[in-house]
Write a protein that binds this ligand. Structure first.
Ligand code: NAD
Length: 326
């Protein structure tokens, strides 16, 4: 098969592209940035999803599209770019794929369409109402609608995957990581909260600062530690490849992520023990993050079995962290 992987320079897209090449497929990338992938079976279009000519060049001659690229930002200043990349961009990539008579189109949506941070019931299944509370979540829901529309009006098969939060294991203990830095480390968290303009959170976090880097256990205003899914990129790739090939995936919407959520009350002390970093705890204003999303549908329908629970990811994260210290 020849497969177009959008977001081929990104975390998930670059991994999936390499995996497909390893399985003997031909792969084309499509991203704003070059992927750095070097293989005779790989070519790429460097361009913007909302550039129709680039999208058409990317789609021509491929059997399937994995639309894994998107712009992720929660900053108000990025709003226009967010909608252009994730809504207009997805529409244009979809239309190019349909015009090129692509067989199957797999779309990377997000748990933020529910939203997972404020669920009406748990575990969150695919039947939970989709009522996003962030502009990013809105762009993903609009993307889903565009995918469903194309699935109705063209013969192209479509699959929607609602992604869990996703990390490479090596990112978990990297204070410079876009997600894991502010999630687990005090100094990046202070900078993040300053960026969001959350003065009270900044004040509480700064009061814990002992001048050296520390891990931070985040709890809500009642002292309940955060809980959320964090899924390894390798498990996400397994689910994406099932969506690409499985007959029962067609027309489906599936939550894709780890089976169990990560309890910060468990993982932060384990991180501190394994790294020797100091651990502080903070109660931030608000209800906080505390969710469990069900992956039962993709397990039961497509046979998805994740292999990288957080404990296994953490072992690898500690090795990467130790290497960075020397
Ligand atoms: P990533 O940021 O590592 O990669 C996204 C890629 O898309 C980047 O290489 C970027 O250059 C490219 N891109 C962005 N805007 C573009 C545009 N307008 N035109 C062309 N290329 C563009 O993200 P990731 O972690 O690999 O995420 C993959 C997918 O999963 C995305 O669709 C994301 O929205 C979704 N998702 C990710 C998470 C997560 O926690 N990582 C959670 C839920 C959903």
């Amino acid at each position: 098969m020849k497969i177009l992987v959008t977001g081929s320079a990104g975390r998930v897209g670059s991994f999936v592209a390499r995996q497909l090449l390893g399985e003997g497929h031909r792969v084309r990338g499509f991203d704003l940035k070059p992927s750095g992938i070097n293989s005779p079976e790989f070519d790429e279009v460097v361009g913007d999803f909302d550039d129709a000519a680039a999208a058409q060049r990317a789609s021509n001659g491929v059997d399937a599209v994995l639309h894994l690229g998107a712009f992720m930002s929660w900053l108000p200043a990025d709003r226009d770019r967010l909608y252009r990349a994730n809504v207009d961009g997805t529409r244009i990539v979809l239309e190019a794929a349909a015009a090129a008579k692509v067989g199957r189109f797999v779309f990377a949506s997000s748990g933020e369409v529910y939203p997972e941070n404020k669920p009406e019931f748990q575990p969150v299944t695919e039947d939970h109402p989709a009522r996003p509370l962030s502009p990013y979540g809105v762009t993903k829901l609009l993307g889903e609608e565009l995918v469903k529309f194309q699935g109705r009006v063209s013969p192209m098969e479509t699959v929607i995957l609602r992604f869990s939060h996703t990390q490479n294991a090596s990112e978990l203990l990297d204070p410079t990581s876009f997600f894991s830095g502010p999630r687990f480390f005090l100094h990046p968290k202070i900078r993040q909260q300053e960026g969001f303009g959350n003065a009270l959170a900044v004040e509480k976090l700064k009061a814990l600062d002992i001048g050296e880097e520390a891990l931070v256990l985040t709890r809500n205003e009642n002292g309940r530690p955060f809980r959320m899914h964090i899924t390894d990129t390798r498990d996400m790739a397994k689910g994406i490849l099932l969506a690409l090939t499985h007959a029962k995936a067609v027309g489906g919407i599936f939550n894709l992520g780890a089976t169990e959520p990560v309890d910060f009350a468990d993982i932060l002390p384990a991180m501190a023990k394994k790294t020797g970093l100091p651990l502080v705890a903070v109660d931030l204003p608000g209800a906080g993050v505390w969710y469990h999303t069900s992956n039962a549908r993709i397990r039961e329908t497509l046979g998805f079995e994740p292999e990288w629970p957080i404990t296994r990811m953490l072992d690898e994260a500690v090795s990467a962290w130790t290497r960075r210290q020397t």
